[in-house]
Design a protein around this ligand. Structure first.
Ligand code: G4P
Ligand code: NA
Ligand code: NA
Length: 190
């Protein structure tokens, strides 16, 4: 998606060979017009999939997830992240480990909001190792729901997340694919 790539080029800050900071339009301040265009693009790419629900994870997945849900005319559900839980009767729970942040969270969704009839579009802001996306897919599995696909705003294609998801049989659509962050520069795939 050219608009997003331009934004990454002009406002993204390469912090290291593997971390891109996009605080000015995605992770802290948000650009609503860009967000709306991203929602339209996700909806376009998954329009044939009979999506009934968008599923994301707090916090930075919520804005792009909501815009996709608005365009697809379905509800958005965001999974919650908590340190550790005791009362989980009404919840689907999966552990998700973040290599970037070196934490493991319990990721939860109320059983009320996902059913075996759902065709779910999983959305997230970044794809690195794929741990968050796999955690959300496992929650869908627990519910008996179908994962119709995974939509990502920024994919770091030099990290293993995408290939692991594709290998597991998921369709992955990323709006920007970054081949490398070497030498302080974001290089895109293709
Ligand atoms: P994974 O799910 O693909 O395995 O990714 P990982 O655990 O490494 O990511 C942990 C957190 O770091 C996620 O945010 C993810 O969006 C974010 N992240 C990963 N790589 C980058 C990057 O290059 N730049 C930025 N800005 N973020 C990155 P989170 O902990 O879920 O936080 P939140 O922002 O959603 O609250
Ligand atoms: Na994030
Ligand atoms: Na995220």
């Amino acid at each position: 998606m050219q608009l997003l790539k331009d934004k990454i080029k002009t406002e993204g800050i390469v912090l290291s060979n593997n971390v891109l900071k996009v605080d000015s339009f995605l992770n802290h301040q948000m650009d609503p017009v860009l967000m709306m265009e991203m929602g339209k693009e996700f909806a376009r790419r998954f329009q044939d999939k009979k999506i009934t629900k968008v599923l994301t994870i707090e916090s930075s997945g919520i804005a792009p997830g909501l815009m996709a849900a608005l365009e697809l005319n379905v509800p958005l559900v965001f999974a919650r992240k908590q340190k550790s839980l005791t009362l989980t009767d009404n919840l689907f729970v999966e552990k998700v480990h973040s290599f970037t942040k070196q934490v493991t969270n319990d990721v939860t969704v109320s059983r009320k909001f996902l059913t075996a009839e759902d065709h779910v579009l999983v959305i997230d802001d970044f794809l690195a190792n794929g741990e968050a996306a796999f955690g959300l897919a496992r929650i869908c599995e627990q519910a008996g729901a179908t994962v119709a696909g995974v939509g990502i705003v920024i994919e770091k294609s030099f990290q293993p997340g995408r290939s692991k998801l594709v290998e597991a049989g998921y369709r992955v659509e990323s709006l920007a694919r970054i081949a490398s962050l070497d030498n302080g520069q974001a290089q895109f795939v293709e």
